[in-house]
Design a protein around this ligand. Structure first.
Ligand code: F6P
Length: 483
């Protein structure tokens, strides 16, 4: 490009940025939108880390939280009246059966989810599902628009809402709109296996700020925009695409370390903990907690544990592996298949190694409230977190935060979890390599206390720095800042 052309292009871009900024005044109230909202009653298990993270982040700041009620309405989808809990105003929507089938079960979880986790071969795309996804994004936009004042800031979460900003702009919203993607964003070539990738990217660019868990995810998106969407980079890394300026950033979601440690030490859970303690006796405990999802690498983990048992006969009877895996999205075909496979595998491994007084693998298909899980983490000698791909994986962070700093357990962590970018003092493994996982288990179970303390202290320093409130404040601070 010649100098004069370049100068004109730059002036055009500055003009776009200035118009966007002028339309957006200083930040007002916060409106958070996510598909899943946490049960705001104490002590209920939450599905996945997103709802728990958003709940904690909103609890002290307050704001309006809009999301799906979890219910299917018999006729049309509808927006329910607001409820207040502490500083949070909660507004939920019921979905119709068609909306649920096409938006949640269909496009979000049968098409987008596998591709975002690098599993394109599992993706099932239909145009009808995508139309349903757009329809429900428009429904969420209607709910937001009902309460939206000119100064309000909207913070959307995750892959269910890639089209929300577009729908809000169509309704005339000039507000600051941001989205945080809790999942990975895959390499451009993988993203492009979604037939409507271009429409999705265009919709995403209607946001002012797109947050990612890791630099790898951010770069994959940037790469797609620069190479496939004819985008440009401005100084400061903002992107210009589809006639808009959109900023991107890396905001690793964190946990509330002090609260977790307090819960881990609390005596309130004695009955369940006492049962667990008595039943494992003197044997060491390896713990894993995951939604029952193929991205979590459960089958591969079971096989790695089997390999460990094959190679360490002296550990038979001396170690117990507790896998907690609450069923998830069980009406999506691939999730039914993974459940059947795991039941078969757990039965086979126990059949092969169990003794009259020892069950090597305990596989529980139910969820536990955080008040019960945190003490379980603290009791465990090893946290085994080996997803094939994961946006962050808050279980890894919670496991570390729950430990007794004087005698901590060891974290074995997949290099493909977002958390691996921060928790470098964990034993990092490739989840595709059962021998490597088996060796890491051996190493973890005999690791001297000094080394465990050093690794734990290093990870805690990172967790304190990248706390949940730092995640929220950095994202919202950047969203409020002018482009
Ligand atoms: O954390 C990723 C995530 O997909 C969230 O968006 C979601 O709420 C959670 O896992 C649980 O999944 P679901 O809402 O489909 O039960």
């Amino acid at each position: 490009m010649e100098d004069s052309q370049f100068g004109r292009a730059l002036a055009d871009l500055r003009d776009i940025a200035a118009r966007q900024s002028a339309a957006q005044s200083e930040a007002g109230r916060l409106i958070v939108v996510s598909n899943r909202v946490a049960p705001i009653e104490e002590g209920q298990p939450t599905a996945g880390g997103l709802a728990a993270g958003v709940l904690d982040a909103l609890n002290d700041k307050g704001g309006l939280w809009i999301g799906w009620s979890g219910e299917i309405a018999s006729d049309a989808s509808r927006i329910l009246p607001e409820r207040q809990k502490g500083k949070i105003r909660l507004q939920t929507l019921d979905l119709s059966q068609a909306d649920y089938d096409e938006y949640y079960r269909g496009f979000a979880n049968a098409a987008l989810w596998p591709v975002l986790h690098y599993r394109s071969a599992l993706a099932r795309f239909t145009r009808a599902d995508y139309a349903g996804y757009q329809r429900v994004n428009a429904l969420f936009a209607d709910a937001v628009a009902q309460s939206l004042a000119p100064d309000d800031v909207v913070w959307a979460h995750d892959y269910h809402l890639l089209g929300l900003a577009d729908a809000l702009r169509e309704r005339g919203a000039a507000n600051r709109l941001g989205i945080f993607l809790h999942t990975p964003f895959p390499a451009a070539a993988v993203f492009m296996t979604i037939p409507v990738h271009a429409q999705l990217a265009r919709s995403l660019c209607q946001y002012d700020l797109i947050g990612f868990q890791t630099e790898t995810d951010r770069r994959s998106f940037e790469d797609y925009i620069l190479r496939e969407a004819d985008g440009h980079l401005l100084p400061g890394r903002a992107l210009v695409a589809y006639g808009r300026v959109v900023r991107t950033g890396v905001y690793p979601i964190g946990v509330q370390t002090d609260d977790i440690r307090r819960q881990a030490e609390a005596p309130a859970n004695c009955p369940q903990m006492a049962r667990l303690r008595t039943s494992i006796g003197a044997s060491k405990l390896i713990i894993s907690v995951d939604r029952l999802d193929y991205s979590k690498g459960l089958s591969e983990r079971f096989r790695a544990y089997e390999r460990f048992l094959e190679q360490n006969a002296d550990q038979h009877g001396a170690v117990t592996f507790l896998q907690i895996a609450p069923p998830s999205r069980s009406d999506v075909e691939t999730y039914r298949e993974i459940r059947l496979e795991l039941e078969r595998e757990a039965g086979r491994i126990n059949g092969r190694f169990a003794e009259l007084d020892w069950t090597p693998l305990r596989y529980l298909n139910k969820g536990f409230a955080r008040q019960v899980l945190m003490p379980m983490y603290a009791l465990a000698d090893v946290g085994l977190v080996t997803p094939m791909r994961d946006g962050m994986n808050l279980v890894a962070k919670e496991f570390v935060a729950a430990q007794d700093p004087l005698d901590p357990g060891v974290l074995v962590l997949s290099q493909f979890a977002g958390a691996a970018c921060e928790l470098k003092a964990a034993l990092l493994v490739n989840p595709h390599d059962p021998d490597e996982i088996a060796q890491a288990l051996e190493q973890a179970l005999v690791m001297p206390r000094d080394e465990r303390r050093d690794r734990h202290a290093e990870m805690m320093a990172v967790l304190r720095r990248n706390s949940l409130s730092a995640w929220r404040d950095r994202f919202l601070g950047d969203l409020a800042r002018r482009a």
